[in-house]
Each structure stands twice: as C-alpha cells, then as structure tokens.
Design a protein around this ligand. Structure first.
Ligand code: DOR
Ligand code: ZN
Length: 457
C-alpha cells in the first residue's frame, strides 16, 4: 500500500511522551498510521523532518480575525497566513466584527469569507447581546462552535446583556449542547475606575491596566459560575489574566460547575512592568498583571485549572496603537496586539525552562482546546482516522524576534518584539497538506475549511 504522504524521521509527541525515529502516514487528509519510520507504509511523497518533534496541530480558540468589516486590521487570509507560519492548524474567530456575529446571516457571511481566504481550518463564535436571545437556536443550527458574551466594555463596544438576560441565554444555550464563553470583566467596576482615572488625569498606560483591577475579573467569574450552577450551562472563561481569576475557576469546578478556562502567552510571560517599558504597545483587555498575580496564575496553570492556551490575537494599526509615541495618553490608544506567530515559541520556551513538559504543552495547546469546544478527536490528536493536522517544531531553536515586520499579519504590533525564544514551528500540515515550511507559507488561501461541530462532549 502506498499513501499520499509520509512524514518521517521525527520524534512523535504522544500523550505518553516522545517516540524516537517515528512519523505519520497520511492518506486523503487523514492519519492512517503512526509509529516508527521503518514500519510506516511507503508514500507518494515523503517529508523528512530530521529529528524535529511532530505534535498534534495547535488549536487556537481565540483570535480576532476581523473579517467581515474590519479588513484594514486583518482578514481571514492574513490571520491564517500568520497561523500557518506560527504552527497553528485550527483557529476560532471572535464575533466582534462588523457586523457583529449575532444572527445566522452574519455567521454565514463569516464562514463564506473564511472558505475563500483561510490557509488553515477555522470556526467562529456567535455573540449574545440584549437584542438577540431569539437567535440562539438559529446560530446553533447555522454551525457556530459556541457563544460569547462580553460582560464589560471592550474593543467593538458590544453591549453586555443584563444579568436576567444572561440567565435566560444560559438556559437556551444549555439546550443547544454548546458552550458559552465570557469576556469576564465586571463592566460597572471598570467603567467606574476608568472615569475616575480620567478625571484625576491618570493617563499613563499603567493606569489603563490599574483601571481594570483583578477584582473585576474575579467577580465576573464568580457571578457567571453562580449562574451556571443555577442553569446547568457549560461555560468558559476566555483570557484569564490573574491568579485570583484562576482560583475562582477552581472553586467553581469544586462546586461541580462545568467551567473551563483559557489563558494566553502574554499573561504567563510578562508582568505589568511591560506597560512601563513598552507603553500602549502592551495595552490589552484584560490587562497584564503584577508579578504576584502572574505567579499565582502559574500555580493554577500547573495545577491544571487552566484548560487551554490561546492568543487573543488582536491586530490593530500602528496609528491605533500610538506606536510613534507609545506613552501618549492611554485613553487615546486601543487594546490588543498580535500573537499567532509567537504563541508556540513562548510555550516551547517555557518547556525549555522546565516549566512544563512537551506532553503538557500539546495537551493545553491542542488536545484540550479541541475537547473544550467539541472538535476532538477530529482536531487535537494524532489518532488514526482523524484529520492529519501536524505542528512540527524544533524545540531547541534559539531565535529573537528582532523585526515585527517579518510577521505575516496585516498589522504586527506586539510586545514580544525584541524577545528571545527557544523553539519554533518548522512546518505546519493541515489535513495532509504542507501549508508552511522553513519560513515560507506554502499553502493557498481557501484551502482551510470550517470545522463541523455538533455538541461538546
Ligand atoms: O484587548 C482586547 N482587544 N481585548 C478585547 O476584549 C478585544 C480585543 C480586540 O478585539 O481588539
Ligand atoms: Zn479577545
């Protein structure tokens, strides 16, 4: 038997650790065998990875792809070009586009534009506001992977529903079998402090961070856990930024609530000092926290409280980020920065530091996100019979992001410019096609396709 492609001479990353001299046989976009190179079938094509690690494809369930409507920042093509170059094989787009993804027609448009532009596989969340509770079942049937509510004001100004509406939304979403995620910052707290800081003339980037205190995150998490306890909804906390927030998630789980959680590379890597050093470049919502909160977030990460790593990839123009004068009045700057091409290097650098194992990395960055959002095992595994999505990495490659213009997004502002890493993706394979190899995006826009999702497990 000859298969389409054999990826050989790698170290295969399995849930039990690395298997040396191994590879993956792929036919028709699907994994047909894994194991020692010598035992694999022959392939019409072979790809010798020369000792690199072959991991299940990285699944990033939190990107702002910006299309439809905000293509001046990013679109499906550019976001997924960056994904491919970063070793990411599946992305899930956020609904704060223009229009917002609050009804089936808008979701369908988002999917259509993705089918035309994407280099890697994709999905999208739908948003719930005060205006669209009656759209929840339609959005489910139109194929949304899950739902999102913005509890506090953030980029896009999607208004938060009332607590009553959130309870009603949870009832409806529970019956779809899908999960509801939150931008979990208490809006009344952050609005109060922002007004107070502006009034007091506190206009520095660090003041933006302090105007959105940890208690706003912790309270929002605790309130949503209470609501989920009442309604039986499955919920998710996007971008948990603090130890206090993560500890609240742990308490919710002890209560028996189905609450999952995500953090991002920037909360694990930086402390709020980055706002003093790089100003509005590092401005993001929720903000990067102090060392004590970062260390407690790590403890929760180590204890397994944090299910997933995702980027919150949020491209904006240099002008919107005030790059020319990064310490200018923070209230004139926008929040967010890109991350798709630094997430694997950041996590592999933590592996190099001994902070987590390669197996733990693949679990948090591939398997677990796929499970949380109902894409497993089609995504997030190297099992025979599933999509042949592979992230191939050299975990020992030392490099520095010296020039953000080498990144593939339309806009490239990132506080990771100038940082040094150990490890990076050397190739990215999506359903058996090599979409990125050694610095070059080799795939075609439109190859990527929507992942079908039924219900979470
Ligand atoms: O900093 C942020 N940027 N936080 C968000 O909640 C949204 C995001 C964006 O869309 O730019
Ligand atoms: Zn986000």
């Amino acid at each position: 038997m000859s298969v389409d492609l054999v990826v050989r001479n790698g170290r295969l990353l399995t849930p039990d650790g690395l298997v040396a001299d191994a590879g993956v046989a792929i036919d028709d976009g699907t994994i047909v065998a894994t194991g020692r190179t010598a035992q694999l079938p022959t392939g019409d094509r072979t790809f010798d990875v020369d000792g690199d690690v072959i991991a299940p494809g990285v699944v990033d369930c939190h990107i702002h792809n910006r299309e439809p409507g905000l293509e001046y920042k990013e679109d499906w093509e550019s976001a997924t070009r960056a994904a491919a170059a970063g070793g990411v094989t599946t992305v899930v787009g956020m609904p704060n586009t223009e229009p917002i993804i609050d009804r089936p027609a808008h979701l369908e448009r988002k999917f259509e534009t993705g089918e035309r532009g994407a280099h890697v596989d994709f999905q999208s969340y739908a948003v719930v506001t005060s205006e669209n509770l009656d759209q929840i079942s339609g959005l489910d049937e139109a194929g949304a992977i899950g739902f999102k509510i913005f509890l506090g004001s953030t980029v896009g100004d999607v208004p938060a529903p009332t607590d009553g509406e959130i309870l009603a939304a949870m009832e409806r979403i529970r019956s779809t079998g899908k999960r509801l995620g939150f931008h979990e910052e208490n809006g009344e707290i952050i609005d109060h402090y922002e007004a107070a800081y502006r009034e007091a003339g506190k206009n520095d980037p660090i003041h933006h961070a302090h105007s959105r205190p940890v208690i706003a995150e912790q309270e929002a998490i605790e309130r949503m856990i209470t609501f989920a306890d009442e309604t039986g909804a499955s919920i998710h906390m996007f971008h948990v930024s603090s130890g206090s927030g993560a500890e609240a998630v742990a308490r919710g789980r002890e209560r028996g609530v189905d609450v999952t959680a995500e953090t991002t590379p920037h909360y694990l890597w930086f402390t709020e000092d980055v706002l003093r050093e790089q100003g509005n470049v590092a401005r993001i919502q929720p903000p990067i926290r102090d060392a004590e909160q970062r260390d407690r977030l790590w403890r929760a990460f180590d204890a397994g409280v944090i299910d997933c790593v995702a980027t919150d990839h949020a491209p904006h123009t240099d002008e919107e980020k005030l790059v020319d004068d990064p310490f200018a009045n923070t209230w004139d700057a926008i929040s967010g920065f890109v991350g798709l091409e630094t997430e694997v290097p950041v996590m592999l650098s933590f592996v190099d530091d001994g902070r987590l194992s390669l197996t733990e990395w693949a679990y948090r960055h591939s398997t677990r996100p796929a499970q949380v959002w109902g894409m497993y095992p089609q995504k997030g595994s190297l099992r025979v019979g599933t999509d042949a999505d592979l992230t191939i990495v050299d975990p020992d490659r030392e490099w520095t992001l010296t020039d953000r213009e080498t990144l593939h997004s339309k806009n490239t502002v990132t506080p990771f410019e100038g940082e040094s890493f150990v490890g990076r993706a050397t190739a990215t394979i999506v359903r058996g096609e090599v979409v990125y190899q050694d610095g070059t995006v080799t795939g075609e826009p439109g190859y990527g396709t929507r992942v079908d999702v039924d219900e979470i497990e």
